[in-house]
Write a protein that binds this ligand. Structure first.
Ligand code: PAF
Length: 281
């Protein structure tokens, strides 16, 4: 396994690949878990070569405390990647290598996709994400890049960046991987006390019940019901629940035929913020 730290090393590694162009990219912030492993495994199956990046991108953190607490588990991450394939090229740069002098996001027009849900609670987050993924796309020039549907809003925003900047690659969205009891896999789960982590199955249970109700009731009735369930729960504080059009992410009041909808949720467990979503139809 080749571990590169600088853009020059990474470019050299990519240009020495003797395969025809079939290069998968899996951008990550490290602290890898089974969710990441599923992205990397898919990339390994679908491409001749794979680059996995491990970089805790400072510009996407609106909360500096969150950035400071973000786990650094590089050795374990590399072992996990090795267990999937010895042929992966890892790019694990420093912030100054990526951003040179100015650790700053570029500006984007996401056509409103950033004006809802995560975007309303995390100032500048999506500009930070778009800046780093665009940088990586231009550096690696992959044929396909893999992202998890747990961050579904991020996935749609990345698709928008690729489309509006005319970047030639395919974005592959991959299904959410869940812990045995249903909690969506996240690096943050490690920070949950054992009991809270166990109880957090509640979040996915509510999403599944909401999905069932959505077949019969209006979006408003389902959303009110979800809010009531959280009001009664002693451990979890609901930040938002939204039923939205899967393509433009606009929250809906009334269902339309032939439109795909998803339910999105953000919840606090102590000071840990958890997000999840499910397709409703
Ligand atoms: O989803 C993530 O882990 C990050 O937002 C990403 C896409 C790797 C960009 O830093």
């Amino acid at each position: 396994m080749l571990i590169t730290k600088t853009k020059t090393e990474l470019r050299a590694a990519i240009s020495s690949l003797k395969t025809e162009k079939s290069l998968g990219l899996v951008p990550t912030m490290g602290a890898l878990h089974e969710g990441h492993a599923s992205l990397v495994s898919k990339a390994v199956v679908e491409n001749k070569s794979v680059v996995a990046t491990i970089f805790v991108n400072p510009t996407q953190f609106d909360n500096q405390d969150d950035l400071k607490k973000y786990p650094n588990t590089l050795d374990d991450d590399i072992s996990l990647l090795k267990s999937i394939s010895e042929n992966i090229i890892v790019f694990a740069p420093t912030a100054s290598e990526v951003y040179s002098n100015e650790v700053k996001s570029a500006s984007y027009d996401f056509d409103g996709l950033d004006q809802v849900m995560e975007g309303t609670y995390r100032d500048g987050h999506f500009e930070g994400v778009a800046t780093i993924v665009e940088t990586l796309f231009r550096l690696v020039e992959p044929t396909k890049a893999y992202f998890g549907e747990k961050d579904f809003q991020q996935l749609q925003i990345i698709r928008k960046v690729v489309q509006s900047k005319n970047i030639s690659l395919q974005i592959v969205g991959c299904p959410i991987v869940r812990e045995e009891h249903g909690l969506a896999m996240s690096s943050r789960n490690e920070r949950l006390p054992k009991k809270v982590r166990h109880e957090a199955a509640f979040i996915y249970n509510i999403l599944q019940k909401a999905k069932k109700k959505f077949g019969m009731k209006s979006a408003t009735v389902v959303s009110d019901w979800v809010r009531q369930q959280f009001e009664k729960h002693p451990l979890f504080k609901l930040e938002y629940f939204a039923i939205a059009n899967s393509d433009n992410l606009k929250e809906i009041k009334r269902k339309q035929p032939n439109v795909k909808y998803r339910a999105f949720i953000a919840v606090y467990a102590n000071d840990i913020r958890l997000i999840d979503n499910v397709a409703l139809n």
